[in-house]
Design a protein around this ligand. Structure first.
Ligand code: SAM
Length: 353
């Protein structure tokens, strides 16, 4: 079906009904209906914005849409008698405009993510504050949702195992990967920089009951890869990093990280941090997932090289596609990212690397 033109939408000079305008504004949502990339466009699952319900997606040519939305925002809508309904129309038009300016212009939001398990699924609620400056960890990235959905396939928690799998996540951001791992029944420490900590701790608190129900444990802390040997954990009810925390001392048989390589320093810093916290067990593992962003391909190559230099080898790897919703998410293909996942283990004597 060819896309509709903005001229096919209800024009204000015809004094369209409030319902016609609200229905049109729902059609113009540019949030992706799903973060799941699926070759079958009829299969939907995944992203659910708190602020809106499911809407059927209709292709609308983006030419002139911003002008159309601006005309609604600046029109007095005199023919609509109900003041509250008018407010709602202006509000929805403003939201559509900010979505079109990209995620950076949007306010805070809550996303619900469905995480598959061996025999079902559970839901996580993730808060993303309005984005400010360079704090990339305040948004949930495609690689983290892909990895969160992949975790159950690694058989990291064999059924009937008495001791919980102990896991450290580096650069947790909003916490989706670490919380998913805890929701699968692991004992997880989620970490990031101080500026990201408050939102990370908030998301840990929000999802504490589903994690507990699934027999997992979560702790949160600050671990800056520039000081790779030091990690401070804060009590559950502390959502800032001003008070006293406890130094983490244990090492971990499993380390996770998603979308952590976007500066030339990152590969070395991340690998040093992995080396500092990975336990000596022969079956210790590191599982990472990174998007292939053209500007950062050398970082991925450097990460691979440096992981082998600390005695790790790839046990399993693959590629998959997911969505980042930066920019104009209405052009879904633009938001599509190919990500590389890999599971690393110890390079034992006598094995080829
Ligand atoms: C692109 S975000 C990815 C966040 C999350 N893993 C995801 O995929 O949604 C990169 C994360 O790495 C964190 N990070 C960057 N430099 C770091 C450092 N020196 N120490 C610890 N975390 C760092 C950022 O704060 C941010 O949360």
């Amino acid at each position: 079906m060819s896309p509709l033109s903005v001229l096919d939408l209800p024009q204000l000079y015809t004094k369209p009904s409030a319902k016609a305008l609200l229905d049109t504004l729902a059609l113009l949502t540019s949030a992706p209906s799903s973060w799941d990339y699926n070759a079958d466009p009829d299969t939907k699952d995944g992203l659910d914005l708190d602020t809106q319900g499911e809407v059927e997606r209709v292709q609308i040519d983006s030419e002139g849409v911003a002008r159309y939305l601006t005309s609604i925002v600046s029109n007095s809508l005199k023919w609509i008698p109900d003041e509250e309904v008018k407010e709602e129309i202006w509000n929805q038009a403003s939201l559509r405009l900010s979505e079109r300016s990209g995620r950076t212009a949007m306010g805070d939001l809550n996303r619900r993510f469905t995480i598959p398990t061996r025999d079902g699924s559970f839901e996580l609620n993730i808060h993303e504050p309005a984005l400010t400056g360079d704090d990339l960890g305040l948004k949930t990235w495609a690689a983290s949702y892909l990895l969160a959905k992949r975790l159950h396939l690694f058989d990291l928690i064999p059924p009937g195992q008495r001791d919980k799998a102990r896991v450290l996540e580096l650069g947790s951001g909003t916490g989706l990967v670490g919380l998913a791992m805890a929701g699968l029944g692991a004992d997880v420490v989620l970490t990031d920089l101080p500026s990201i900590y408050t939102n990370l701790a908030r998301n840990a608190k929000t999802n504490a009951s589903i994690v507990e129900q699934n027999r997992g444990i979560i702790r949160t802390g600050v671990l800056d890869w520039t000081s790779p040997h030091s990690c401070t954990l804060f009590p559950e009810d502390v959502v800032d990093t001003n008070g006293d925390g406890d130094a983490l001392s244990e090492k971990f048989p499993l380390i996770l990280a998603a979308d952590s390589l976007y500066s030339p320093d990152h590969p070395q810093m991340l690998v040093n941090t992995i080396a500092a916290w990975l336990s000596e067990d022969v079956d210790s593992k590191v599982i990472v997932e990174f998007p292939y962003r053209a500007a950062y391909l050398p970082e991925i190559a450097s990460f691979r090289k440096q992981m082998t230099m600390i005695g790790l080898q790839i046990l399993n790897e693959g590629e998959e596609k997911g969505f980042d919703d930066w920019g104009d998410a209405s052009k879904d293909e633009d938001a599509l990212v190919t990500c590389w996942w890999s599971c690393w283990g110890k390079n034992l004597p006598g094995q080829d690397s």
